[in-house]
Design a protein around this ligand. Structure first.
Ligand SMILES: N[C@@H](CCC(=O)N[C@@H](CS)C(=O)NCC(=O)O)C(=O)O
Length: 336
C-alpha cells in the first residue's frame, strides 16, 4: 500500500533538512547554495628544504580517489621522485569521514591526528595531499597547487621540468582558469545546494572545457601533433587537468551531474587525455575501482544507498576517440 500523501510530504521535508545538515559536513556553501571550498590548513609552502633530495627525509601523503592528491602523485611519478620522497597512501574511513593510515605513521593512525600534532588550527580539515618533513616532524605544505610547484623544483631522478621557461605565462593562465572552472568546477556542480548554483557552475565548467578543446585543436595537439595545453612540453597545466578529466565518465558525470556533453564530443581533449595517460608512470596513478568505491561509497549525502555502479573500463576511455573513428568512417577514403 502506498504511504499517505501527508507522510510523504513530511518525510521529504525532514529528509531535505537532514540533507542540508549533512551537506554542511561535506562543504560550506554561501546563502545562494554555491559550494565554497574551505581554505587548506597549511596553505603556504615553506621554502624548498635544504635536505630536499635526501632519501626518505620527506613524504608525500595521498589518497587514491582525491583529484588534488592525484596531481601531486603525478608530479612525483613523472619526475621520478621515488628515491627521494616516499609516497604514503591513506585510506578513507567512510563512517568517520576522515583519512586513516594503513599502519601508524609518526605515531598517528589518522591524518587528523597528524594535522593536530603539526599545529593545524582547531576545526581545520585534514586534507590530502600533504608534503611532510620527517626530520622536522612538520607539514611542509597541505595545498596541492603549491605542493606541485615545490615538487617540480625538487631534485629529481629525471630531468623533467613541468614549468618549462618558454611557456610559463600560458601555464600560469591555464592553471588559474582550470582550478576554478574545471578542478573545483565539478565539485561546485556536485555540491551545489540550489538549481541556480548548479547551473552557473555547470555552465562555467563546459565553457572552460570548450576553451581547452579549441586551444588544443588550434595547436594541433588534439589531432596527433606533438604539443600540450600550454605549449610544446607537458606542464603543470596538463597535470592539473588530467585528474579531473580521467574521473569524468567514471565518477563526475553520474554522481555530480556533469553529463551535458560526454568527453568523446571533445575530440581534441579526448586525444590529449589518452596521450597524457601514456606518459611514463601515469597509468600507475590511476585507480578506477578505488575512485568509484570511494566517491559512491563515501559521499553519503549525494548517494545514500552507497551502491557502487558499474562504470566503463578505463581502457575504453584512453583509446582512440569514438567520434574521430565515426568521422573517419564517414569521410571518403583517399586513394592509396
Ligand atoms: N585545498 C586542498 C583541497 C584538498 C581536498 O579537498 N582534499 C580532500 C579529498 S579530495 C580531503 O582530503 N578532504 C578531507 C576533508 O575535507 O576532511 C588542496 O588542493 O590541496
Amino acid at each position: 500500500m502506498l504511504p499517505p500523501p501527508w507522510l510523504v510530504r513530511s518525510a521529504r521535508h525532514l529528509w531535505h533538512w537532514q540533507w542540508l545538515q549533512l551537506m554542511n559536513g561535506l562543504g560550506p556553501a554561501d546563502a545562494q547554495g554555491n559550494y565554497r571550498r574551505p581554505p587548506a590548513a597549511f596553505a603556504e609552502a615553506l621554502a624548498l628544504p635544504d635536505d630536499a633530495g635526501v632519501a626518505d627525509a620527506h613524504v608525500v601523503i595521498v589518497g587514491r580517489s582525491c583529484p588534488w592528491a592525484h596531481r601531486a602523485w603525478l608530479v612525483w611519478a613523472l619526475r621520478r621522485l621515488q628515491a627521494t620522497v616516499a609516497l604514503v597512501v591513506v585510506e578513507p574511513d567512510p563512517r568517520a569521514g576522515r583519512w586513516r593510515f594503513g599502519e601508524p605513521f609518526e605515531g598517528c593512525s589518522t591524518l587528523a591526528e597528524l594535522y593536530g600534532r603539526c599545529g593545524a588550527p582547531p576545526g581545520s580539515r585534514a586534507t590530502v595531499p600533504v608534503l611532510y618533513d620527517r626530520r622536522r616532524r612538520q607539514v611542509v605544505v597541505g595545498e596541492s597547487a603549491r605542493l606541485i610547484e615545490l615538487l617540480n623544483r625538487w631534485p629529481a631522478g629525471r630531468d623533467f621540468d613541468l614549468d618549462p621557461p618558454g611557456q610559463r605565462a600560458a601555464t600560469a593562465a591555464w592553471r588559474e582558469r582550470l582550478q576554478t572552472g574545471v578542478n573545483d568546477g565539478v565539485y561546485r556542480c556536485g555540491f551545489a545546494r540550489s538549481q541556480a548554483a548548479y547551473e552557473s557552475a555547470e555552465a562555467e565548467l563546459f565553457a572552460t572545457l570548450d576553451a581547452v578543446e579549441q586551444a588544443l585543436a588550434a595547436s594541433g595537439a588534439g589531432a596527433g601533433e606533438p604539443g600540450w595545453l600550454s605549449g610544446p612540453h607537458p606542464s603543470l597545466a596538463d597535470v592539473q587537468l588530467f585528474p579531473t578529466l580521467i574521473r569524468l565518465e567514471l565518477v563526475y558525470a553520474p554522481l555530480f551531474g556533469v553529463s551535458r556533453r560526454p568527453l568523446w564530443q571533445f575530440p581534441a581533449l579526448w586525444h590529449w587525455r589518452s596521450r597524457f595517460h601514456q606518459l611514463p608512470g601515469v597509468a600507475d596513478t590511476c585507480c578506477p575501482e578505488a575512485w568509484r568505491r570511494d566517491y559512491f561509497g563515501a559521499l553519503f549525502p549525494l548517494h545514500p544507498s552507497g551502491i557502487v555502479p558499474a562504470g566503463p573500463a578505463l581502457a575504453t576511455l584512453v583509446g582512440s576517440c569514438p567520434m574521430a573513428a565515426a568521422d573517419a568512417g564517414s569521410q571518403p577514403r583517399r586513394p592509396e
